[in-house]
Design a binder for this molecule. Sequence first.
Ligand code: BEZ
Ligand code: FE
Length: 289
Amino acid sequence: MRSVTKNNITETFLSYMAEDTSPRVGFLLERLAHHLHAFARETELTHAEWRKGIELLTRAGEMTDAERNEFVLFSDVLGLSSLVDMISSREGSTSSSVLGPFHILGAPELPYGGDLKQGNDGATVIVSGKVSNQRGDGIAGAEIELWQTADNGLYSNQDETQPDYNLRCRLRTDDQGRLLFTTVRPAPYTVPDDGPVGELLHATGRHPWRPSHLHFIITADGYRTLVTEIFPDDDPYLDADAVFGVREDLLVAYVECADNSAVPAGLDAAGRLTTPYFTVDLDFVLADR
Ligand code: BEZ
Ligand code: FE
């Protein structure tokens, strides 16, 4: 095309694609070009604004390494990561929610009823619950991976004062699909805001806080893997999560208990519980594969 115009540039872009381009790649690029070009036309994007955007992305690239991915963080605070989660969620199963950057492989196993809290400061939480399928049957032997912050709002891989793999574990449901363990109540924390993503947040008057949460990855043969988070229903940041991870079905009550009447059988920490502690009941529903 020799006479490219504002109005035919999208079609021109498409006409340059080879006939044998994979249909999905062709479709995604066609839609991307359509929205990108429409965005520039609609906003009458200036050179200075274009340069600012490129400069932010360039600095995101410079900051990105194996430990920190500023591009994923852009996707998180722009709501794209959560949108992809919601698109791939199946109705009738537990909502998925962001994986985040603090998951690491190799967490140790915790037996049924085990104590993940150990020497951590903070309030004890007894977590009980069930992993079921969409027909309501418990799923025996489902693997649950859990990671969370300590009471100071930091993950073990952000905080040199915490032992490796602190507040991280893999556990399995029992023969009825039930889960049981004790841990510490997690704390709200901020996503990293010392880079270009922070500039974007601050430029629009947004804060970097996330409500406190427990992260889970749940896998079981024959079912779709669930990556999700569970939030206390009274957290002050529920309505302003910097990364849009909150869903109604992921809210649970942390019920405060002042005596030992709520201690379930089979809890390792039963004899060492100090009051008050909290109980949380989690019900996860996995979608069929
Ligand atoms: C997290 O929950 O660990 C997280 C998610 C997105 C961005 C930063 C942190
Ligand atoms: Fe997190």
